[in-house]
Design a protein around this ligand. Structure first.
Ligand code: ZN
Length: 153
């Protein structure tokens, strides 16, 4: 595994639409491994491939330590409810803002074996799924956040 560089918010790559993965290759599995290592090193809870400069629809989320969701070509099938919570992004270090997100979502994605799986998640994990899936369409949480402020330390 290797840690990759995280692009910062003004990088134009973060505004591009990422392409679907058509086939699981060793390169995709390496990307997943590297993304998890990069996310953990940065003490984040999620990372999308465009944040490391790879315009592919690949996301990792780890809101509970030890449980890594690897989502390839994720699609939100259903969303329910509303939550309004603080959010940050590894591409915008030192900033946080409040966003509205669904309280729960059902997401369909491919895993690293190529199997299609459905995930029903809620609360903080649903927030992280939505944040990371937005990245695949060039959307940053800063576009929809209120009261973006320096993170308190
Ligand atoms: Zn982000």
């Amino acid at each position: 595994m290797a840690k990759r560089n995280i692009l910062l918010k003004d990088n134009p790559a973060l505004r591009m639409i990422s392409r679907p993965v058509r086939e699981i290759t060793p390169r995709i599995r390496t990307l997943l491994d590297d993304m998890t290592e990069t996310m953990r090193a940065a003490e984040g809870v999620g990372l999308a491939a465009p944040q490391v400069g790879v315009l592919r629809r690949v996301v990792v989320v780890e809101t509970e330590p030890g449980t890594v969701y690897e989502l390839i070509n994720p699609e939100i099938l259903e969303s329910e409810g509303d939550q309004y919570n603080l959010e940050g992004c590894l591409s915008a270090p030192g900033e946080m803002g409040y966003t509205h997100r669904p309280m729960s979502v059902r997401v369909r994605a491919m895993d690293r074996t190529g199997a299609i799986r459905d995930y029903s998640v809620s609360g903080f994990t649903a927030q992280a799924f939505c944040h990371e899936i937005d990245h695949l369409d060039g959307i940053l949480y800063l576009d929809k956040a209120d009261m973006v402020e320096p993170e308190e330390r």
